[in-house]
Ligand binder design. Structure first.
Ligand SMILES: C[S@@+](CC[C@H](N)C(=O)[O-])C[C@H]1O[C@@H](n2cnc3c(N)ncnc32)[C@H](O)[C@@H]1O
Length: 279
């Protein structure tokens, strides 16, 4: 149950599926994580590719679906200018409140809502940005159908999502890493762990044209850099959230730390930027 007494919108929970249902400490970690991710150079590199792919233009009305702290919505607002607007929709009221508290006066309208059931007319927006959200929803194809419905003919839809199946480490014992990943997959990471690589076929199946898919492989060369995006190397994530056998988390994090100290830590993760045109 969430704090409104309603069933959560997602069955298979990740921390980002239903932020309002998290403990105060976890909710704080998740909100900080959204801010830190936006500052991370590798996430900024992914977003640069997405901006070049969506090509936001002055006067457009854009939807940021699953808008988190609203940072991208405000960047999009700077592109659409005073004659355009950005609709920033997120499932979490805590996240939406945090986004509103950071509002910079640009043309962004923030609201809570489910991206799978948007309270908007057909063909309401000129384009959609949906970043690292579909991996957390119950039915990605139904959600994509909803994003297509609210987009006008000729409008662009840009989806950005992680391929957790691409995650790889070096510098730590491979066997230990495999055991840890077996415990945290589908827990820290969503059950739909390969969402990024499936986006191209999903947009093709949804009838979009001119579909492009760009894999961006993010490199994390230190534990501190990786911890911003990868919860399984983040010592701030509380012990009870790990659900690993006793001692495993500590042994793993000690190896991560040692690899960082010796300069041999490495992690890679591919995030996909996939876009298409409606009609
Ligand atoms: C990993 S965060 C990404 C946030 C933002 N797009 C960014 O890139 O910073 C995932 C976001 O999706 C939101 N979310 C998850 N399921 C949702 C749903 N069904 N409808 C709307 N937002 C959802 C979460 O509340 C969270 O803010």
């Amino acid at each position: 149950m969430n704090n409104c007494g309603m069933e959560p919108a997602q069955k298979d929970r990740t921390p980002f599926s239903d932020i309002d249902a998290l403990s105060g400490q976890m909710s704080e970690i998740v909100l900080d994580a959204l801010t830190e991710m936006g500052r991370h150079p590798e996430i900024q590199r992914v977003r640069q590719v997405a901006f070049e792919t969506l090509r936001p233009a002055a006067g457009q009305r854009l939807l940021d679906a699953g808008s988190g702290s609203g940072e991208v919505a405000r960047m999009l607002a700077a592109r659409v200018g005073g004659t355009g607007e950005v609709l920033a929709v997120d499932h979490s009221s805590a996240v939406t409140a945090a986004a509103i508290s950071r509002h910079d006066g640009s043309n962004v309208r923030y609201s809570t809502g489910d991206v799978a059931a948007l309270g908007m007319p057909d063909e309401h927006v000129d384009g959609v940005w949906c970043e690292r959200v579909l991996q957390h929803v119950d039915d990605a194809d139904r959600t994509i159908g909803e994003l297509v419905r609210v987009t006008r003919s000729g409008g662009r839809i840009c989806l950005i999502d992680t391929d957790w199946g691409s995650l790889a480490f070096d510098g730590m014992p491979a066997g230990l890493g495999a055991v840890v990943m077996a415990h945290v997959s589908g827990h820290f990471t969503p059950k739909q762990h390969d969402m990024g690589r499936t986006l191209r076929r999903r947009l093709v199946a949804a009838g979009l044209r001119d579909v492009t898919a760009t894999p961006v492989t993010c490199l994390f060369a230190s534990p501190a850099s990786a911890a911003v995006v990868l919860p399984m190397v983040n010592p701030r994530v509380p012990v009870e959230a790990w659900a690993t056998p006793p001692g495993l988390r500590d042994e793993w994090l000690a190896c991560v730390d040692a690899a960082g100290q010796s300069g041999t830590f490495l992690a890679v993760l591919t995030i996909w930027v996939v876009a298409g045109t409606k009609g």
